[in-house]
Ligand binder design. Sequence first.
Ligand SMILES: Cc1cc2nc3c(=O)[nH]c(=O)nc-3n(C[C@H](O)[C@H](O)[C@H](O)COP(=O)(O)OP(=O)(O)OC[C@H]3O[C@@H](n4cnc5c(N)ncnc54)[C@H](O)[C@@H]3O)c2cc1C
Length: 397
Amino acid sequence: MTFASRRPTVAIIGAGIGGLSAAIALHRAGLATRVFEQATDIGEVGAGLSLTPNAVKGLGWLGVRKAIETLADEPPQQITRHYESGEILVRFDRSDTVARYGAPYLQMHRADLHAVLLEHYREHCHGRVVTDRRLRSLQESGDAVTLEFEGGITAHASAVIGADGLKSVTRRVCFGDDAPRFAGFVAWRGLVPQARLAALDLSPGSAVFAGPGRLFVRYPVRHGALQNFVAFARVDTWAGESWSQTGDIAEPRAVLQGFHPEVHAILDAAPDGRCHKWGLFAREPLASWTRGGITLLGDAAHPMLPWFGQGAASAIEDAVVLGRCLLDSGTTAELGAAFARYERSRKARVGMLQRESAAGGERLVGMRPELLSNASIVNEDSLGIFAYDPVLDSLTN
Ligand SMILES: Cc1cc2nc3c(=O)[nH]c(=O)nc-3n(C[C@H](O)[C@H](O)[C@H](O)COP(=O)(O)OP(=O)(O)OC[C@H]3O[C@@H](n4cnc5c(N)ncnc54)[C@H](O)[C@@H]3O)c2cc1C
Protein backbone atom coordinates (compact mmCIF):
# COMPACT_ATOMS: atom_id res chain seq x y z
CA MET A 1 0.00 0.00 0.00
CA THR A 2 1.39 3.41 -0.94
CA PHE A 3 -0.30 6.65 -0.03
CA ALA A 4 -1.98 8.35 -2.97
CA SER A 5 -0.47 11.80 -2.52
CA ARG A 6 2.33 13.71 -4.21
CA ARG A 7 3.06 15.59 -1.00
CA PRO A 8 5.34 13.90 1.54
CA THR A 9 3.09 11.60 3.54
CA VAL A 10 3.80 10.85 7.14
CA ALA A 11 2.70 7.62 8.83
CA ILE A 12 1.82 7.94 12.48
CA ILE A 13 1.89 4.76 14.54
CA GLY A 14 -0.70 4.80 17.34
CA ALA A 15 -4.04 6.60 17.66
CA GLY A 16 -3.64 7.57 21.32
CA ILE A 17 -3.70 11.14 22.58
CA GLY A 18 -0.14 11.67 21.28
CA GLY A 19 -0.68 10.16 17.83
CA LEU A 20 -3.92 12.04 17.15
CA SER A 21 -2.45 15.33 18.40
CA ALA A 22 0.52 14.80 16.09
CA ALA A 23 -1.77 14.01 13.16
CA ILE A 24 -3.68 17.28 13.68
CA ALA A 25 -0.44 19.26 14.10
CA LEU A 26 0.97 17.83 10.86
CA HIS A 27 -2.19 18.72 9.00
CA ARG A 28 -1.77 22.28 10.25
CA ALA A 29 1.77 22.15 8.86
CA GLY A 30 0.35 21.18 5.46
CA LEU A 31 1.38 17.53 5.48
CA ALA A 32 -0.64 14.49 4.49
CA THR A 33 -0.84 11.87 7.21
CA ARG A 34 -2.22 8.45 7.92
CA VAL A 35 -2.56 6.95 11.40
CA PHE A 36 -2.14 3.22 11.99
CA GLU A 37 -3.64 1.78 15.18
CA GLN A 38 -3.31 -1.78 16.45
CA ALA A 39 -6.73 -1.85 18.12
CA THR A 40 -9.86 -2.82 16.25
CA ASP A 41 -11.93 -0.21 18.07
CA ILE A 42 -10.29 3.14 18.70
CA GLY A 43 -10.89 4.56 22.14
CA GLU A 44 -9.60 5.29 25.62
CA VAL A 45 -10.00 3.73 29.03
CA GLY A 46 -12.65 4.95 31.46
CA ALA A 47 -10.61 7.22 33.68
CA GLY A 48 -10.09 10.89 34.36
CA LEU A 49 -7.22 13.03 33.14
CA SER A 50 -5.75 16.35 34.22
CA LEU A 51 -4.95 18.80 31.45
CA THR A 52 -2.60 21.39 32.87
CA PRO A 53 -2.37 24.93 31.38
CA ASN A 54 0.74 24.05 29.33
CA ALA A 55 -1.28 21.32 27.58
CA VAL A 56 -4.36 23.50 27.15
CA LYS A 57 -2.25 26.15 25.37
CA GLY A 58 -1.16 23.38 22.99
CA LEU A 59 -4.76 22.28 22.42
CA GLY A 60 -5.50 25.86 21.35
CA TRP A 61 -2.86 25.64 18.61
CA LEU A 62 -4.39 22.32 17.50
CA GLY A 63 -7.80 24.03 17.18
CA VAL A 64 -9.65 21.96 19.79
CA ARG A 65 -9.41 24.08 22.94
CA LYS A 66 -13.01 25.36 22.78
CA ALA A 67 -14.43 21.87 22.32
CA ILE A 68 -12.33 20.58 25.22
CA GLU A 69 -13.25 23.47 27.52
CA THR A 70 -16.93 22.75 26.91
CA LEU A 71 -16.54 19.18 28.11
CA ALA A 72 -14.00 19.64 30.91
CA ASP A 73 -14.22 20.80 34.51
CA GLU A 74 -12.07 23.52 35.99
CA PRO A 75 -11.18 22.77 39.62
CA PRO A 76 -11.33 25.95 41.74
CA GLN A 77 -8.81 24.48 44.19
CA GLN A 78 -6.55 21.53 44.88
CA ILE A 79 -6.17 20.40 48.45
CA THR A 80 -3.87 17.85 50.05
CA ARG A 81 -5.13 16.19 53.21
CA HIS A 82 -3.63 13.95 55.83
CA TYR A 83 -4.45 10.40 54.80
CA GLU A 84 -5.82 9.37 58.23
CA SER A 85 -7.25 12.47 59.85
CA GLY A 86 -8.31 14.28 56.67
CA GLU A 87 -6.74 17.48 58.03
CA ILE A 88 -6.04 19.96 55.21
CA LEU A 89 -2.25 20.31 54.88
CA VAL A 90 -1.90 22.20 51.58
CA ARG A 91 -4.40 24.27 49.63
CA PHE A 92 -3.79 25.71 46.17
CA ASP A 93 -6.27 28.21 44.87
CA ARG A 94 -6.65 27.50 41.14
CA SER A 95 -9.25 30.19 40.46
CA ASP A 96 -6.59 32.57 39.05
CA THR A 97 -4.93 29.96 36.78
CA VAL A 98 -5.89 31.66 33.50
CA ALA A 99 -4.54 35.01 34.70
CA ARG A 100 -1.29 33.42 35.89
CA TYR A 101 -0.61 30.95 33.11
CA GLY A 102 -2.67 32.00 30.09
CA ALA A 103 -4.90 28.93 30.08
CA PRO A 104 -7.07 27.00 32.52
CA TYR A 105 -6.29 23.84 34.45
CA LEU A 106 -8.82 21.27 33.28
CA GLN A 107 -9.94 17.83 34.35
CA MET A 108 -11.98 15.54 32.14
CA HIS A 109 -12.83 12.04 31.01
CA ARG A 110 -9.97 10.61 28.93
CA ALA A 111 -12.43 9.20 26.41
CA ASP A 112 -13.91 12.69 25.84
CA LEU A 113 -10.50 14.20 25.05
CA HIS A 114 -9.71 11.31 22.75
CA ALA A 115 -13.09 11.60 20.98
CA VAL A 116 -12.59 15.34 20.35
CA LEU A 117 -9.13 14.75 18.85
CA LEU A 118 -10.38 11.88 16.69
CA GLU A 119 -13.38 13.80 15.40
CA HIS A 120 -11.26 16.88 14.65
CA TYR A 121 -8.73 14.79 12.74
CA ARG A 122 -11.44 13.07 10.72
CA GLU A 123 -13.73 16.03 10.10
CA HIS A 124 -11.36 19.01 9.84
CA CYS A 125 -8.16 17.34 8.62
CA HIS A 126 -9.92 14.71 6.47
CA GLY A 127 -7.59 12.28 8.20
CA ARG A 128 -7.82 8.54 8.17
CA VAL A 129 -7.10 6.11 11.01
CA VAL A 130 -6.45 2.57 9.80
CA THR A 131 -7.36 0.17 12.60
CA ASP A 132 -6.26 -3.41 13.13
CA ARG A 133 -2.71 -2.53 12.04
CA ARG A 134 -0.17 -3.68 14.57
CA LEU A 135 3.31 -2.54 13.53
CA ARG A 136 5.92 -5.28 13.69
CA SER A 137 8.89 -3.64 12.04
CA LEU A 138 10.01 -0.74 9.84
CA GLN A 139 12.89 -0.05 7.51
CA GLU A 140 14.24 3.14 6.05
CA SER A 141 15.74 3.18 2.58
CA GLY A 142 16.47 6.33 0.62
CA ASP A 143 13.67 8.79 1.19
CA ALA A 144 11.00 6.24 2.10
CA VAL A 145 10.12 4.04 5.03
CA THR A 146 8.54 0.62 4.68
CA LEU A 147 6.20 -0.42 7.47
CA GLU A 148 5.49 -4.06 8.17
CA PHE A 149 2.33 -4.93 10.06
CA GLU A 150 1.11 -8.17 11.54
CA GLY A 151 -0.56 -10.39 8.96
CA GLY A 152 2.10 -9.62 6.34
CA ILE A 153 0.61 -6.24 5.40
CA THR A 154 3.05 -3.51 4.32
CA ALA A 155 2.79 0.23 3.71
CA HIS A 156 5.18 2.94 2.54
CA ALA A 157 5.57 6.49 3.81
CA SER A 158 7.93 9.43 3.41
CA ALA A 159 8.46 9.56 7.16
CA VAL A 160 7.21 7.94 10.35
CA ILE A 161 6.24 9.18 13.80
CA GLY A 162 6.19 6.45 16.44
CA ALA A 163 3.45 7.44 18.88
CA ASP A 164 2.97 3.84 19.94
CA GLY A 165 3.22 4.29 23.68
CA LEU A 166 5.30 2.83 26.48
CA LYS A 167 6.02 -0.45 24.68
CA SER A 168 6.73 1.24 21.36
CA VAL A 169 7.79 -1.09 18.55
CA THR A 170 9.13 1.93 16.63
CA ARG A 171 11.43 2.67 19.57
CA ARG A 172 12.60 -0.95 19.91
CA VAL A 173 13.36 -1.36 16.21
CA CYS A 174 15.00 2.03 15.63
CA PHE A 175 16.41 3.26 18.94
CA GLY A 176 17.32 0.27 21.13
CA ASP A 177 15.56 -2.52 22.90
CA ASP A 178 15.76 -1.65 26.61
CA ALA A 179 12.64 -3.01 28.29
CA PRO A 180 10.27 -0.91 30.42
CA ARG A 181 11.19 -1.31 34.11
CA PHE A 182 8.58 -1.68 36.87
CA ALA A 183 8.84 1.52 38.90
CA GLY A 184 7.52 0.05 42.15
CA PHE A 185 4.01 1.51 42.15
CA VAL A 186 0.56 0.31 41.22
CA ALA A 187 -2.33 2.64 40.37
CA TRP A 188 -5.98 1.66 40.69
CA ARG A 189 -8.35 3.96 38.81
CA GLY A 190 -12.08 4.23 38.42
CA LEU A 191 -15.12 6.44 37.91
CA VAL A 192 -17.99 6.52 40.38
CA PRO A 193 -21.40 8.01 39.50
CA GLN A 194 -21.89 11.07 41.70
CA ALA A 195 -25.39 9.83 42.59
CA ARG A 196 -23.76 7.04 44.59
CA LEU A 197 -21.83 9.59 46.66
CA ALA A 198 -24.76 11.83 47.59
CA ALA A 199 -24.25 11.15 51.31
CA LEU A 200 -20.70 12.53 51.20
CA ASP A 201 -19.91 16.20 51.66
CA LEU A 202 -17.09 16.38 49.09
CA SER A 203 -15.04 19.58 48.95
CA PRO A 204 -15.06 21.19 45.47
CA GLY A 205 -12.24 20.56 43.00
CA SER A 206 -9.61 17.90 43.54
CA ALA A 207 -8.44 16.39 46.78
CA VAL A 208 -5.36 14.28 47.51
CA PHE A 209 -5.11 12.12 50.63
CA ALA A 210 -1.37 11.69 51.23
CA GLY A 211 0.36 9.03 53.28
CA PRO A 212 3.85 7.48 53.17
CA GLY A 213 4.13 5.48 49.93
CA ARG A 214 0.39 5.79 49.30
CA LEU A 215 -1.87 8.41 47.72
CA PHE A 216 -5.53 8.71 46.92
CA VAL A 217 -6.64 11.36 44.43
CA ARG A 218 -10.22 12.29 43.51
CA TYR A 219 -11.79 14.90 41.24
CA PRO A 220 -15.09 15.31 39.40
CA VAL A 221 -15.44 14.90 35.63
CA ARG A 222 -18.37 15.34 33.19
CA HIS A 223 -19.52 18.39 35.12
CA GLY A 224 -19.84 16.50 38.34
CA ALA A 225 -21.73 13.46 37.00
CA LEU A 226 -18.75 11.23 37.82
CA GLN A 227 -16.09 11.25 40.48
CA ASN A 228 -12.72 10.06 39.18
CA PHE A 229 -10.40 8.34 41.63
CA VAL A 230 -6.82 7.07 41.51
CA ALA A 231 -5.18 5.17 44.34
CA PHE A 232 -1.39 4.73 44.25
CA ALA A 233 0.66 2.40 46.43
CA ARG A 234 4.27 1.30 46.60
CA VAL A 235 4.55 -2.45 45.98
CA ASP A 236 7.59 -4.67 45.34
CA THR A 237 6.55 -6.54 42.22
CA TRP A 238 4.10 -6.38 39.35
CA ALA A 239 2.65 -9.83 38.70
CA GLY A 240 0.37 -8.93 35.80
CA GLU A 241 1.21 -10.01 32.28
CA SER A 242 -0.01 -6.70 30.93
CA TRP A 243 0.80 -3.30 32.45
CA SER A 244 -2.89 -2.44 32.47
CA GLN A 245 -5.79 -4.70 33.50
CA THR A 246 -9.01 -4.65 35.49
CA GLY A 247 -8.79 -5.16 39.24
CA ASP A 248 -11.00 -5.91 42.21
CA ILE A 249 -11.77 -2.88 44.38
CA ALA A 250 -10.84 -5.04 47.41
CA GLU A 251 -7.18 -4.52 46.44
CA PRO A 252 -7.02 -0.71 46.80
CA ARG A 253 -9.26 -0.99 49.87
CA ALA A 254 -6.72 -3.31 51.48
CA VAL A 255 -3.62 -1.26 50.56
CA LEU A 256 -5.31 1.95 51.70
CA GLN A 257 -6.23 0.53 55.09
CA GLY A 258 -6.26 3.31 57.66
CA PHE A 259 -7.14 6.01 55.07
CA HIS A 260 -9.90 8.51 55.84
CA PRO A 261 -13.54 7.24 55.66
CA GLU A 262 -14.20 9.49 52.61
CA VAL A 263 -11.63 7.46 50.64
CA HIS A 264 -13.26 4.17 51.55
CA ALA A 265 -16.74 5.48 50.84
CA ILE A 266 -15.65 6.34 47.28
CA LEU A 267 -13.95 2.98 46.76
CA ASP A 268 -17.00 1.14 48.14
CA ALA A 269 -19.17 2.90 45.55
CA ALA A 270 -17.15 1.69 42.53
CA PRO A 271 -19.52 0.08 39.99
CA ASP A 272 -19.49 -3.73 40.22
CA GLY A 273 -16.65 -3.54 42.72
CA ARG A 274 -14.19 -3.24 39.82
CA CYS A 275 -11.56 -0.72 38.74
CA HIS A 276 -8.63 -0.41 36.32
CA LYS A 277 -5.24 -1.46 37.59
CA TRP A 278 -1.98 -0.14 36.14
CA GLY A 279 1.59 -1.04 36.93
CA LEU A 280 3.75 2.06 36.66
CA PHE A 281 6.69 1.47 34.35
CA ALA A 282 9.65 3.66 33.51
CA ARG A 283 12.38 3.63 30.86
CA GLU A 284 15.80 5.21 30.76
CA PRO A 285 15.86 8.49 28.77
CA LEU A 286 17.02 7.96 25.18
CA ALA A 287 20.17 9.68 23.95
CA SER A 288 18.28 10.37 20.72
CA TRP A 289 14.81 9.53 19.40
CA THR A 290 15.16 10.76 15.81
CA ARG A 291 16.90 9.11 12.86
CA GLY A 292 16.40 10.56 9.42
CA GLY A 293 12.70 10.42 8.64
CA ILE A 294 11.75 8.51 11.80
CA THR A 295 11.00 10.11 15.16
CA LEU A 296 9.15 9.29 18.37
CA LEU A 297 6.54 11.23 20.33
CA GLY A 298 4.77 10.97 23.70
CA ASP A 299 5.27 7.88 25.86
CA ALA A 300 7.21 6.19 23.06
CA ALA A 301 9.91 8.88 23.32
CA HIS A 302 9.86 9.78 27.01
CA PRO A 303 7.50 7.84 29.29
CA MET A 304 7.21 9.41 32.72
CA LEU A 305 5.66 8.53 36.04
CA PRO A 306 2.29 10.18 36.62
CA TRP A 307 3.07 12.27 39.75
CA PHE A 308 2.73 15.58 37.93
CA GLY A 309 0.10 14.41 35.40
CA GLN A 310 2.34 15.31 32.46
CA GLY A 311 2.37 12.18 30.25
CA ALA A 312 -0.46 13.14 27.92
CA ALA A 313 0.29 16.83 28.43
CA SER A 314 3.85 16.41 27.20
CA ALA A 315 2.64 14.34 24.22
CA ILE A 316 0.41 17.31 23.27
CA GLU A 317 3.36 19.69 23.74
CA ASP A 318 5.48 17.40 21.51
CA ALA A 319 2.84 17.50 18.78
CA VAL A 320 2.65 21.29 18.77
CA VAL A 321 6.42 21.78 18.72
CA LEU A 322 6.76 19.15 15.98
CA GLY A 323 4.05 20.89 13.95
CA ARG A 324 5.80 24.24 14.32
CA CYS A 325 9.11 22.73 13.20
CA LEU A 326 7.39 21.20 10.17
CA LEU A 327 5.56 24.33 9.08
CA ASP A 328 8.23 25.20 6.54
CA SER A 329 9.08 21.68 5.39
CA GLY A 330 8.15 20.58 1.90
CA THR A 331 10.50 17.81 0.89
CA THR A 332 11.38 14.55 2.58
CA ALA A 333 14.93 15.79 3.27
CA GLU A 334 13.46 18.79 5.07
CA LEU A 335 11.23 16.50 7.12
CA GLY A 336 14.30 14.85 8.62
CA ALA A 337 15.80 18.24 9.49
CA ALA A 338 12.51 19.33 11.07
CA PHE A 339 12.29 16.09 13.10
CA ALA A 340 15.84 16.69 14.39
CA ARG A 341 14.95 20.28 15.31
CA TYR A 342 11.83 19.06 17.13
CA GLU A 343 13.92 16.67 19.21
CA ARG A 344 16.46 19.39 20.05
CA SER A 345 13.65 21.75 21.02
CA ARG A 346 11.99 19.21 23.32
CA LYS A 347 15.01 17.53 24.97
CA ALA A 348 15.49 19.80 27.99
CA ARG A 349 11.79 20.13 28.78
CA VAL A 350 10.93 16.42 28.69
CA GLY A 351 14.22 15.53 30.42
CA MET A 352 13.20 17.77 33.32
CA LEU A 353 9.70 16.24 33.40
CA GLN A 354 11.08 12.70 33.41
CA ARG A 355 13.59 13.47 36.20
CA GLU A 356 11.11 15.31 38.38
CA SER A 357 8.44 12.64 37.89
CA ALA A 358 10.92 9.96 38.99
CA ALA A 359 11.93 12.07 42.03
CA GLY A 360 8.22 12.46 42.89
CA GLY A 361 8.04 8.70 43.53
CA GLU A 362 11.05 8.87 45.89
CA ARG A 363 9.46 11.76 47.75
CA LEU A 364 6.23 9.81 48.13
CA VAL A 365 7.98 6.83 49.69
CA GLY A 366 9.75 8.97 52.30
CA MET A 367 6.84 11.37 52.80
CA ARG A 368 5.85 12.57 56.25
CA PRO A 369 2.46 14.15 55.49
CA GLU A 370 2.41 16.18 58.69
CA LEU A 371 5.39 18.16 57.35
CA LEU A 372 3.68 19.13 54.07
CA SER A 373 2.87 22.81 53.57
CA ASN A 374 2.25 25.24 50.69
CA ALA A 375 5.80 26.55 51.12
CA SER A 376 7.60 23.18 51.17
CA ILE A 377 5.74 21.33 48.45
CA VAL A 378 7.46 20.64 45.11
CA ASN A 379 4.73 20.89 42.50
CA GLU A 380 3.85 22.10 39.03
CA ASP A 381 3.96 25.75 40.11
CA SER A 382 7.35 25.58 41.79
CA LEU A 383 8.84 23.59 38.89
CA GLY A 384 7.52 26.00 36.26
CA ILE A 385 5.58 23.24 34.52
CA PHE A 386 2.41 25.26 33.98
CA ALA A 387 4.23 28.35 32.72
CA TYR A 388 5.67 26.56 29.67
CA ASP A 389 4.00 27.44 26.37
CA PRO A 390 4.56 24.98 23.48
CA VAL A 391 3.15 27.57 21.07
CA LEU A 392 5.49 30.41 22.00
CA ASP A 393 8.57 28.73 23.46
CA SER A 394 11.48 29.39 21.10
CA LEU A 395 12.53 26.53 18.87
CA THR A 396 16.15 25.39 19.08
CA ASN A 397 18.14 25.84 15.87
C1 LIG B 1 -2.29 6.13 36.57
C2 LIG B 1 -1.96 7.14 35.49
C3 LIG B 1 -2.50 8.42 35.55
C4 LIG B 1 -2.17 9.37 34.54
N1 LIG B 1 -2.69 10.62 34.62
C5 LIG B 1 -2.34 11.54 33.70
C6 LIG B 1 -2.86 12.88 33.78
O1 LIG B 1 -3.66 13.21 34.65
N2 LIG B 1 -2.43 13.79 32.84
C7 LIG B 1 -1.55 13.45 31.84
O2 LIG B 1 -1.19 14.32 31.05
N3 LIG B 1 -1.07 12.17 31.75
C8 LIG B 1 -1.44 11.23 32.64
N4 LIG B 1 -0.98 9.96 32.53
C9 LIG B 1 -0.07 9.61 31.42
C10 LIG B 1 -0.80 9.44 30.09
O3 LIG B 1 -1.85 8.52 30.24
C11 LIG B 1 0.15 8.93 29.01
O4 LIG B 1 1.39 9.56 29.12
C12 LIG B 1 -0.45 9.21 27.62
O5 LIG B 1 -1.63 8.48 27.45
C13 LIG B 1 0.56 8.85 26.53
O6 LIG B 1 -0.06 9.01 25.27
P1 LIG B 1 0.57 8.35 23.98
O7 LIG B 1 -0.34 8.70 22.88
O8 LIG B 1 2.02 8.72 23.89
O9 LIG B 1 0.57 6.78 24.28
P2 LIG B 1 -0.68 5.78 24.48
O10 LIG B 1 -1.82 6.46 25.15
O11 LIG B 1 -0.13 4.56 25.12
O12 LIG B 1 -1.15 5.45 22.98
C14 LIG B 1 -0.38 4.61 22.16
C15 LIG B 1 -1.30 4.07 21.06
O13 LIG B 1 -0.50 3.29 20.16
C16 LIG B 1 -1.14 2.05 19.92
N5 LIG B 1 -0.08 1.08 19.62
C17 LIG B 1 0.82 0.57 20.49
N6 LIG B 1 1.64 -0.28 19.85
C18 LIG B 1 1.26 -0.30 18.55
C19 LIG B 1 1.75 -0.98 17.40
N7 LIG B 1 2.79 -1.83 17.45
N8 LIG B 1 1.13 -0.75 16.19
C20 LIG B 1 0.07 0.10 16.10
N9 LIG B 1 -0.43 0.77 17.19
C21 LIG B 1 0.16 0.58 18.39
C22 LIG B 1 -1.91 1.77 21.19
O14 LIG B 1 -2.97 0.85 21.00
C23 LIG B 1 -2.40 3.15 21.57
O15 LIG B 1 -3.61 3.48 20.95
C24 LIG B 1 -1.31 9.00 33.48
C25 LIG B 1 -0.81 7.69 33.41
C26 LIG B 1 -1.13 6.76 34.39
C27 LIG B 1 -0.58 5.36 34.29
